[in-house]
Design a protein around this ligand. Sequence first.
Ligand code: FDA
Length: 392
Amino acid sequence: MDTFDVIIIGAGAAGLMCAGTAALMGKSVLVLDHAEKAGKKILISGGGRCNFTNRFAGPADFVSVNPHFCKSALARFSAADFIDMVERAGIAYHERQHGQLFCDESAKDILAMLLAPCREGGAQFSLNTEVTDVRQQDDRFVARTTKGEFRGHALVIATGGLSIPKMGATAFGLKIAESFGLNVIAPVAGLVPFTFTGKEKERLQQLAGISLDVSVSCNHRVFSEAMLFTHRGLSGPAMLQISSFWRPGDTLSIDLLPGIDIHAFIEQKRGERPHAQLATVLSELLPKRLVQLLMEDGPGETQLSQLSRQQVTGLAELLHAWQLKPNGTEGYRTAEVTVGGVDTDELSSKTMQSKRVPGLYFIGEVVDVTGHLGGFNFQWAWSSGYAAAMAI
Ligand code: FDA
């Protein structure tokens, strides 16, 4: 049986980046995946247009127990490097808010771009292939699969996170890490909508469909983006972002009117229309249905002239720091990513190679490095995949 220079398990974003780079450098590469085709998450990403990177991607855009770990790989293969690849491939793209870059046409273009160097460099693919067992024998790794045994001098685990099991996400990478004695940071769903139960769920359901710009904070992190009320709870970019920092039992603090001075606003309106109802005036700033719900928690139906100073202070607190306690999240069923994964203490930040097991690499989402929303997770897949390929 031939021994490949490298076996890569996982034909997703990180695995393909690693495979193409290594193959072009003359390495013999075998990519194994249990899915019937490569890059399935790439194809559905960004609503089919793939938010393939973020122009401003930097270490501060990632969550990890060790926030410094991602620095080296991001510096060696940056957003600018990936944009360069995209431009050289002639893929038209555009920038949306906050530096997010999307394909003009289709995510298929990114997948084709990643597969081209794999083909050119002669990387072999075995799809529809279950890996049942991985072991080390002499100085080789042996992957036992439903299509036979394969040997590699190096083994790269690029099996991603746990999100969207329906699409083939598994805990395989984490189990392999543990089987080789590597520590794993407990995984949780990230970039995921919040859910509520009981009375709070019923109250919030009345607001389903409303979207507004807010600043949400939890565990010393703040995100200012849109929030969307859904039939199950809260979604929208602001909620997805903060979900990566939220843990069960935590309360969200939501500024419904960021940048607006409620005291000054009420004073001005009181001067102009003292007999106006508070709810009527607040409806100039917020959707009516939301104002009605907030009135239940606030001073209730009152004329502006009758509002006490204390009531205005209470109102400002309610509107600038609305406290909501989710009972949970929608979990891996809809989460965009997994927070946690292979402990970065176990890996070289320069090469992604295991410190304990030479020749064993972990790249992409299986590692405890998780990007914020906005193209950062793919950038981590590209950067970590490239770092490993250069070291193999
Ligand atoms: P990825 O999940 O891409 O690939 C893992 C591969 O391993 C898959 O091909 C899988 O089949 C295979 N695999 C898993 N278990 C296996 C096993 N046991 N045996 C064999 N093979 C196995 N990010 C971003 O930056 N911009 C965006 O627009 C989006 N959009 C987006 C939309 C949706 C709906 C989701 C769910 C996620 C995103 N993301 C995103 C996140 C992004 O898709 C994700 O972070 C990367 O795909 C991670 O790349 P990996 O290569 O690590 O895993």
